[in-house]
Design a protein around this ligand. Structure first.
Ligand code: FE2
Length: 229
């Protein structure tokens, strides 16, 4: 009998370990913004040095934007969700199902995680593959797409974002969002987002948002961005 209990106990431990491991893996796939140990929301790791995007975006701006602003959104959300129904939800679910301060901070974590992983040293050029084809087909050419995208970014009133997004059929659209908005709230998948909050460009371009938007294409990592299509 004791042997049977031992087998049962061992089986339960193995099952619990596998379940926990699978759950952790799923969470990591669905949301790279949570630490698998303490399940707190986190900002994405910066995939380049802080001076890698110069002269388009200065080291000082990356340090301030990624190091201070982005961190603040993470710290805020981790405090705000405690005790709410969204405490254990993945980041996209939090963005879709929240409002007020939780939405603002969760949206900005999602936005900035996408933003900071959209660039690389020596980036730029044009998208190739399926995304490149879709842009040419739906906007006429990459140049026309950029013109339309930049015009949308310039016209965002106050702080916000301009996004390239796709629907479930692969149809592309340019989406303007205010504050911490993200196209996921419209059932769309974000492909590329440019931050038009002044904190993203003011040190380098002062109030010249249009100039910043013109320059930022020079650092886009189309390989990474193309994988989101
Ligand atoms: Fe920002």
């Amino acid at each position: 009998m004791k042997t049977m209990h031992l087998y049962l106990l061992t089986g339960l431990v193995v099952f619990a370990t596998i379940s926990c491991s699978n759950s952790s893996a799923r969470n990591n796939e669905n949301n790279n913004s949570k630490n698998s140990v303490n399940m707190k929301f986190e900002k994405v790791a910066l995939p380049y040095e802080t001076d890698a995007l110069e002269p388009v975006i200065s080291k000082q701006t990356v340090e301030l934007h990624y190091g201070i602003h982005h961190q603040a959104y993470v710290d805020n959300l981790n405090k705000l969700v405690v005790g709410t129904k969204l405490e254990d939800a993945d980041l996209v679910t939090v963005v879709k199902e929240s409002d007020g301060a939780i939405f603002n901070n969760a949206g900005q974590i999602l936005n900035h995680n996408l933003y900071f992983t959209s660039f690389k040293k020596g980036g730029g050029g044009e998208p190739t593959g399926q995304l490149g084809d879709a842009i040419n087909e739906q906007f006429g050419s990459f140049e026309k797409f950029k013109e339309e995208f930049n015009a949308a970014g310039v016209s965002v009133f106050g702080s916000g974002w301009v996004w390239l997004a796709k629907d479930d059929n692969g149809k592309l659209s340019i989406e303007k969002e205010s504050g911490g908005g993200n196209p996921v709230t419209k059932g769309l998948t974000p492909i590329l987002g440019f931050d038009v909050w002044e904190h993203s460009y003011y040190l380098d371009y002062q109030n010249r948002r249009a100039e910043h938007l013109k320059e930022i294409w020079k650092i886009v990592d189309w390989e990474t961005v193309g994988q989101r299509y």
